[in-house]
Design a protein. Structure first.
Length: 370
């Protein structure tokens, strides 16, 4: 094992401790540490303004907004989704008693392939749940056209897509609802946390009931909600991180540019280019390894990097459809998911975060360029 420092695949963006302590003092003085306090309210407003959306409801993590969105929209039966995601996407369906129907991905974006959606729709289908994988926008216009044609709802898992815009508009405006994750590994974090984005005040009100046990008042419970509120400490932390997230995204952009410039001519290594008209957030930097052309498999490269204290991530491998809970579904058949299966076997995400040094980047690329 190499004795050099470990370069991790992600690293959290941290606010200044000197700025955080006065916020903590305010919370200590108020003794109001949760239940929709002043920092929670301020962060919801600040995020809505920053992201260019109307309504934000904060959550304690990124999974509960998915579960709550499905509940709020009354989704039942079957939902079309992707096998190429973090397992929380599909677990949210399972927790609501909904059957996931997996559809293959577009290899150019790693997102749900609109060409494959209609064939998967049945009389039981009530919604589509796409993922903006790696922060790369889905083809929202085509997916919306399909949903309109069949009367389906759309919930976007936008866990990777904080701040992403298409032609100057937030990607979070697409569909009926979108959800975000503010986990420590994300572009913007509140340690743990998440949010649900909706488009009207009445829906925001409903969501806020559902994330607080269903309480609509001191003695009135209108639905079987769950406790998924964000506390004041993480809300204050989030307000501070919001001040520096754009700077962090610019730093990530420079890392992405370096990787592309140094790896674009390496035989057997495929990199994804930026999309025209898109403001990317560079949440991840995936590459695909063609073992025959590169002379080494993805896994061999992964372990070679690990030996040199450079940690990549095989993200997303294995596919959700291969896990015990889902592998026996008809749509989980690998023959139904050729592109997702192929890419899952080739992908490795390189270290990507604010704070990577030139020396760090040279070490990462040095593991790959032979």
């Amino acid at each position: 094992m190499d004795s050099k420092k470990t370069i991790t695949v992600t690293s959290p963006l941290l606010p200044s401790l000197d700025e955080f302590i006065p916020y903590l003092q305010q919370i200590w003085d108020s003794k109001w540490i949760t239940n929709n306090g002043q920092f929670h309210k301020k962060l919801e407003v600040a995020l809505a303004e920053h992201l260019g959306v109307q309504y934000v409801s904060l959550f304690t993590n990124g999974t509960l907004p998915l579960i709550t969105a499905l509940q709020a929209l009354g989704i039942t039966g079957e939902v079309i989704t992707t096998p190429y995601s973090f397992v929380a996407t599909t677990h949210a369906l399972w927790w609501n008693g909904i059957k996931p129907v997996f559809v293959d991905i577009d290899p150019r974006t790693c997102n749900l392939d609109p060409d494959k959606i209609e064939a998967a729709i049945t009389e039981k289908t009530t919604a589509i749940m796409p993922v903006h994988c790696y922060g790369i926008p889905c083809d929202t216009e085509r997916i919306q056209a399909i949903a309109d044609k069949y009367g389906l709802k759309i919930i976007y898992d936008a866990a990777h897509a904080f701040g992403v815009q298409v032609n100057g508009e937030s990607i979070l405006k697409a569909g009926d609802m979108s959800t975000l994750s503010f986990h420590a590994t994300k572009v913007y974090n509140t340690v743990e946390g998440g949010a649900l984005i909706c488009h009207d005040a009445e829906t925001k009100k409903q969501i806020d009931f559902l994330k607080n046990f269903g309480f609509a008042g001191e003695t009135e419970v209108v639905a079987p909600g769950i406790n998924s509120k964000m506390d004041e400490i993480r809300s204050a932390y989030g307000l501070l991180n919001l001040k520096q997230v754009d700077k962090a995204i610019e730093a990530r952009k420079k890392v992405a540019r370096y990787y592309r410039e140094t790896l674009c001519d390496v035989k057997g290594v495929h990199v994804f280019e930026d999309m025209a008209g898109v403001r990317h957030n560079y949440s991840y930097f995936p590459i695909l390894i063609d073992a025959e052309e590169y002379g080494m498999s993805r896994d061999e490269l992964y372990f070679k990097m690990k030996e040199q204290n450079v940690l990549g991530r095989r993200y997303f491998y294995p596919l959700i459809s291969t896990f015990d809970t889902y592998k026996n579904l008809e749509s989980s058949n690998p023959a139904n998911l050729p592109e997702a299966t192929r890419i899952a076997d080739k992908v490795i995400c390189l270290p990507m975060y604010y704070g990577l040094t030139d020396e760090d980047l040279e070490r990462v690329v040095g593991c790959i360029v032979k």
